[in-house]
Design a protein around this ligand. Sequence first.
Ligand code: K7E
Ligand code: CUA
Length: 677
Amino acid sequence: MFTYSYSFLRKRRGLQWLAFAAAALAVIAAGSSKARSTGGQQSILSIAEQRGLTPDDAVRAVKTFVPPGSHDEYLLFASGGHSGQLHVVGVPSMRLLRTIAVFTPEPWQGYGYGADWSEEALNEPLIGGGPDALRWGDSHHPALSETDGKYDGRFVYINDRAHGRIGMVDLADFRAKQVLQVPNIQTSHGGIFATPDTKYVHISSKIPALKGWDAQKGGRVTVNDHLNHFPELYRGYSTFVRVDQKTGRMVMKDSFQVELPPYTQDLADAGKGPSYGFAFINSYNVEMSTGGIEQGKPPIEVGASQLDFDYLHIVNWQRAEEVVAAGKFKEINGIRVIPLETAAAEGVLFLAPEPRSPHGVDVAPGGDYITVAGKLDPHATVYGFDLIKKAIDAKNFEGKDLYGVPILKFDAVVAGKVELGAGPLHTQYDNAGNAYTSLYLESAVVKWTLGPPYHTADQAFKVVDKINVHYNIGHLATAQGDTMDPQGKYLIAMNKWSIDRHANVGPLHPQNFQLIDISGPKMELVADMPIGFGEPHYAQMVKADTIKAHEIYDPGVSPAAMTRSPNAIAGPQEAKIVRRPGVVEVWMSVVRSHFTPDIIQAKVGDRIIVHLTNIEQTPDATHGFAVPTKNVMVSLDPGETTTVEFKADKAGSFSFYCTEFCSALHLEMQGWLIVEQ
Ligand code: K7E
Ligand code: CUA
C-alpha cells in the first residue's frame, strides 16, 4: 500500500514537473534572447528531482535567487535585540550583508576596543547613575530617516529598550556615530520613529520611572514605599529629539519632552500627511498595577488587565513646540519638559480609549488611519485621524483621567474594527490599501483592507487572506511599509520561535525570518532565514538604491566627524613620535604592508596615544591595528584616520599586528611596543 502510494506520488510529481517544465520553457521562449544559459531544462529537472524538490520549491528558489555577483533589490535593517546590534539583510536573497555594532562592543569593527568614535559612543557614564560604561543594550526599533515621508537613505536610529538611549548609524559608512542618553526615562519603547521630515526622532518611556529620576522626590515617602505611591511619584515621557539635518546627530538642547501619566506607554508612530505634527503612543496598565503578591496585591499581569480599556495617547507635537517656545516648560536633567498639567491644559496631550492591553500602533501610508492591535483582543481597532481631529476641535470628550487629560469619546474616533484572529500585534501596509497584521498566538499573518480612499466603504475593513508562519511572529516588515511610499512585493515575518525549521544547533534555536511574496492576491511563503544572533524585534525594508554609501574615505577622514582629522598624515614621511612627560604620542601611517613607525618605545605608566591613518585609496584595503593584552583592536578602512589611547601598564615587548589579511605580506605587517621599567 505504502509502495503504491509512494510511486503514485512520484508519478504525480513527475506530471507536475512536466507541466512546470512546459510553463518554464514558455516563459523562457517569451523572454529575451539574452536569457542566461544554465545547462538546459533537462538538467534543472533532474537536479530538482534528485534533491526531492517540488515545482513549488523551484518557483520559490527562482523568486528568491540572486545570482552570484548580483545585488538584492531591497535592504532590511533589522534590530539585533539584546545583542545591541543592527543587522542588514538583502531581500529577496535573505543573505546577511552586514552587522553594525551600536550598543555593544564589537571587535571586528574595533567598536569599543580603542577607536575614538566608539569610545565616545560607548564609554559615556550614565547620566542617571550606573556603571562607568554600559556594555550592552537591547535594540528594538530601527527607524530610517525620511524626507517628505519617504526613506532618504541617510541615517538609521535605534532605541535601547533596556535604557533610555538612542543610537544613530550614519549610512554614508554604516557606522554608529552617536549614542544619546535621554534623561528622565529608564527604559524605552515608543519609537524610534522619525517624523516624515526627520526634524525629530521620537522615543517614549516603557515602564514609568521615578519623576525627575529623583529618589528623594517622594519627600516623606521612603524608597521602600515608593511603589505604594506610584500614581503620584512615577511618570512616563514622550521625547522629541531634534536632529541636525546635516550630520544626523541628535541635539539635546533643541529637544523636549512631554510628561505623561504613569501608564505603561508601549509602541508609538508618527503622524504624516494630514496627521503630520501628531504622534500616537499606545499604553497598557492604566490600572497602574505594580505587582507585589506579598503585599497582598494582584500580580502585574492580572492587575494590568482589570479594565476593558487602556489609552491611546495622542500628542500634538507642533502644539508642544509652541508651548515650549512660550517658555511653559521646566528644565529637568538637561531637557525641557512640558509638565503633565500643562500638556493637558494646552492641547498637547489627549487620550482615546483602546481595547485592553494593546501592543502595536501603526499609521497608514496616507496618514489617515491609525491601527491599534491588542494581544488579548482578536480585533484591530482602526482610528480615523479626521475623526480624532473633529473630536478634539468639538471637545467631544467622555471625561478626563486622574491627571486632567481629556479622553476622546471612543465611538467618535473609531473608523472601523476588524476581527483578525488570536493575538494581533503589529501592522504594516502595502501600495494597494491593504494592511498586514501579525498574529502572535495564531502564528499567522492576516491581510485586510483599509477604508476609503483605499477601498470603498463596502469593501473596507475585511479580512482577505491569511497565511501561517513558523512560529510566534512578533513584528513584520513590508517593503517601505511604514512610509508614504509603500511598495508591496515583500513581507518579512519576524518569528520568535523556529522549533524544527532549521538543523538543531542546541537548545537555543535561532529565531526565524520568513520571506513572504505579497505581490499576488494570495500571500506565498518563499524562504526561511535563521537569525542566530539575537532577537530582532522590528525591521525596516528600503529600496537598496536609496542608500549611497562611500566605498572609501577621502584621505585622512575621521569617521566620527566625516571630515579630515587634524591628526591625519599623508604618508610614512610624516610619521613621527613625540614624547612628553608621561605621554608618548605617535602619528602612524598604515599601508600594505607596513606600519610606520614600527617600533614604539615607552616607559611603564606612560599614556600612549596613537593616531593611525590608513593611506590606502583602494576599496576593501582595510587594515587592523591590534595590541595584545591592551584591549586595543581598531579596524581602519581605506582612507580612515582614528586615534587610540591606552596605558603602558607593564614592562615588556608587545607585538602589535594587522588583523586583516590585506596582502601577500600581511603576516609581516607588524611592529613592536617596547615598554621599559
Ligand atoms: Cu513587539 Cu519591542 Cu516592538 Cu518586540 S516589541 S515583538
Ligand atoms: Cu594590513 Cu594585514
